[in-house]
Design a protein around this ligand. Structure first.
Ligand SMILES: [Zn+2]
Length: 272
């Protein structure tokens, strides 16, 4: 059994759910969730999005990361860059972006089409010179990391003095997760390894030499609108209720986000 990354305890882990691939546990002290099954064997995910998805994603990324447009140009490392859409957006904001992934095909495409710098390999195995980046971003990536303590120390080393780490991932403390339970999309077993909350991730970052400068939850259509469709198993009822899921689910998800219980959590922390 792996320990809680925040409290380092193995004693206070309570079994919450069973899956074919393993069990999900929750730390009774800090409420961080963890999955103890085997790591999937695939190396990364080659994601090429359709043009309409890229169009939609540009709106989503502006909502999530648009505030970085106002920052002075930074050297940014995008860990888990996937299709490269976020990196492209950030470079349009004037930043100098390097994409990092464990999928070679994705990186080759990014380097050829988007003309962005790329770095292949797991961050904790790369020896990035210290003070190489002003900001390191992990969008829907950190929850995949099986060794968050090693990863955050590698990130800390690669950051300049007062550099920032920005982490966005599914919020284990979201009301959506509490409503739909095991059907929650954020579990994504077995590729998601840890399930973070804002207090848990904040404590983890503080323990690793960071100061929190921004924390909030963000709206996502992956929240209640989509998760309700997973929750209702009957295919006909599911189709009939689709407009209700998207309208009512969407409105509720907006309210959840306003009260800090939205689908995704967002934390920016500065290196001390
Ligand atoms: Zn804990």
């Amino acid at each position: 059994m792996k320990p809680c990354p925040v409290c380092k305890t193995q004693k206070n882990l309570i079994k919450k759910d069973s899956y074919r691939q393993g069990n999900v546990y929750e730390c009774a002290t800090c409420y961080t969730g963890l999955f103890n099954g085997e790591l999937p064997t695939y190396a990364g995910a080659d994601i090429e999005e359709k043009n309409y998805m890229k169009f939609l994603k540009r709106f989503i990324l502006t909502y999530e990361f648009g505030y970085l447009k106002k920052r002075q140009p930074m050297r940014i490392l995008d860990i888990g860059s996937g299709s490269g859409e976020l990196a492209l957006q950030l470079s349009k904001f004037g930043h100098d972006v390097t994409c990092n992934d464990i999928d070679k095909k994705s990186l080759a495409r990014i380097s050829k089409r988007q003309k962005l710098k790329t770095l292949y390999g797991s961050i904790e195995k790369l020896s990035i010179p210290s003070s190489s980046f002003d900001a390191i971003i992990l969008r829907h990536t950190f929850e995949h990391m099986d060794n968050p303590n090693k990863v955050i120390q590698s990130i800390r080393r690669a950051l300049t003095k007062k550099g920032v780490v920005i982490i966005m991932l599914p919020n284990y403390d979201s009301l959506c997760r509490k409503i739909v339970g095991k059907c929650w999309s954020g579990f994504s077993i077995p590729s998601h390894r840890y399930f973070w909350t804002i207090p848990g991730l904040s404590a983890f970052l503080k323990n690793n030499g960071f100061r929190i400068v921004k924390k909030k939850t963000l709206f996502s259509h992956y929240g209640l609108p989509l998760n309700l469709t997973f929750f209702v198993k009957h295919p006909v009822i599911r189709v009939l209720l689709l407009p209700v899921f998207f309208l009512l689910g969407g409105m509720l998800e907006i309210v959840f986000t306003q009260i800090g219980k939205g689908q995704n959590l967002f934390i920016e922390a500065r290196k001390l």
